[in-house]
Design a protein around this ligand. Structure first.
Ligand code: SF4
Ligand code: SF4
Length: 67
């Protein structure tokens, strides 16, 4: 099982990671961050394979994956 950590302060809500996750487990938080964006969050972390597509595509390096 993989661990996904999303830095919600750094996230600017572009949602590229959501579109690139093959398992579709990344969703949008219902709480605004300090910059005024709705950051993404892992909705079903147990299904994460640790492929790191989300982390690689994030333009703000806001995602860390640990296997
Ligand atoms: S790709 Fe990065 S900046 Fe864009 S929504 Fe995902 S975590 Fe946030
Ligand atoms: S590591 Fe892969 S499976 Fe896990 S959240 Fe990121 S894109 Fe999805």
């Amino acid at each position: 099982m993989a661990k996904i950590i999303i830095n919600q302060t750094r996230c600017k809500g572009c949602y590229l990671c959501m579109n690139f996750c093959p398992k579709k487990i990344i969703g949008v938080s219902d709480k605004l961050n300090e910059a005024g964006y709705y950051p993404c969050e892992a909705k079903d972390e147990g299904k994460c394979t640790g492929c790191a597509s989300c982390a690689n595509i994030c333009p703000d390096c806001a995602i860390e994956i640990y296997k």
